[in-house]
Design a protein around this ligand. Structure first.
Ligand SMILES: [Zn+2]
Length: 121
């Protein structure tokens, strides 16, 4: 997306220099507000800004994930004859790792895996 001083953007679809028409998708508690930049000539969405999951949505998703993980690890631990505490511990570790991974991606731009690969080299 290249825009010059008068706010015009060249559309990759029809190759015209256009002023994008903005289409707002109202966000909510879970999803952020998204703005689509639409070409007024061919109607193609050139790019969109915003969108994605909010922090509340993330925490909510994490809670559901944690609960699901807990249920699954309880089943596995029951199957292996392990204590209930180890199921709690395993799901806690996994959720923490996922959360750290998310924070690293946001703050550093690398996931745990890429950092680990760099560290091993
Ligand atoms: Zn166009």
């Amino acid at each position: 997306m290249q825009s010059n001083k008068n706010g015009r953007v060249s559309c990759k679809n029809c190759n015209n220099n256009v002023t994008p028409r903005l289409w707002h998708h109202e966000g909510g508690v879970i999803i952020k507000r998204e703005i689509e930049h639409i070409c007024p000539i061919c109607g193609e969405t050139m790019y969109s800004t915003g969108g994605g999951v909010t922090l509340i949505g993330l925490v909510f998703g994490m809670m559901i994930l944690a609960y699901a993980l807990y249920a699954v690890s309880m089943l596995i631990c029951g199957y292996l004859g392990l204590e209930k505490e180890s199921a709690t511990f395993i799901s806690f570790v996994i959720v923490s790792l996922l959360f750290i991974n998310f924070l690293l991606k946001k703050l550093v731009g690398h996931s745990l895996l890429t950092l680990f690969k760099k560290w091993r080299r």
